[in-house]
Design a binder for this molecule. Structure first.
Ligand SMILES: Nc1ncnc2c1ncn2[C@@H]1O[C@H](COP(=O)(O)OP(=O)(O)O)[C@@H](O)[C@H]1O
Ligand SMILES: [Mg+2]
Length: 207
């Protein structure tokens, strides 16, 4: 069965795109059949892929697909791709400006939502609101898993501190922390960062 994992939050800059790329690339490197869909009209990921192909000479047809979509079409496209059943995972990088209706439609065809957040007060408030906004979809799609991914976490921060900061969130807090690191800024759609393996495993464990 094809599983859809959607990165969602009500704000830009929380780490949706960075983590969607790292997860898709890691799952692909692990041998899973993956596609990455971006609905952000900047189409950053498609541009990144083009640059990587140009620089490395890799053949585009040997890499996983990166597909541009939008709020209006994505639910239908996902339904169709799931029916075709060719993929193990479809990762969706949504835009921070996605409407309530757009979020709901996306969640009805998803198995999991991942909300990345740092521990700043602003990010935590946005995460609280994002999870609240997911409840209409959760009421209909009871199987939907909602996971919070601690992102940009200082390496000395204990997981207990993260859990305390996120204790009011009605979601699964993933037992990993993506560090605040330059490494994750130089992301790739071809070669996964091996440091991301634990994060990918933690996400798969909850699916
Ligand atoms: N763990 C991290 N460590 C360092 N920089 C990060 C990390 N996660 C995201 N960033 C940086 O933060 C900015 C916003 O991240 P991005 O993934 O584009 O967020 P979003 O897609 O939610 O708008 C980017 O410049 C990105 O490189
Ligand atoms: Mg983005």
């Amino acid at each position: 069965m094809t599983k859809v994992i959607a990165f969602i939050s009500r704000k830009g800059g929380t780490g949706k795109t960075t983590n969607a790329i790292n997860l898709a690339t890691m799952l692909n490197n692990l041998g899973h059949k993956v596609a990455l869909i971006e609905t952000d009209t900047n189409y950053t990921i498609s541009t990144l892929r083009k640059m990587e192909v140009y620089k490395s000479g890799a053949k585009e047809n040997s890499l996983f697909d990166i597909i541009g979509s939008n709020d209006e079409q994505i639910a239908e496209e996902l339904t169709q791709m799931k029916a075709e059943g060719k993929l193990d995972y479809i990762i969706v990088d949504s835009a921070g400006k996605t409407t309530d209706e757009g979020i709901k439609k996306l969640c009805l065809v998803s198995e999991a939502v991942i909300v990345p957040t740092s521990l700043t007060q602003n990010d935590l408030l946005v995460t609280y609101q994002t999870i609240k906004d997911l409840s209409p979809a959760r009421d209909i799609n009871g199987a939907l898993k909602i996971m919070v991914l601690p992102n940009r976490i200082h390496s000395l921060t204990k997981h207990k501190t993260i859990e305390e900061a996120m204790s009011n969130l009605d979601a699964e807090i993933l037992d990993v922390a993506v560090p605040q690191k330059n490494l994750f800024v130089n992301f790739s759609t071809i070669m996964a960062e091996k440091e991301y393996l634990d994060t990918a495993k933690a996400i798969l464990k909850h699916l």
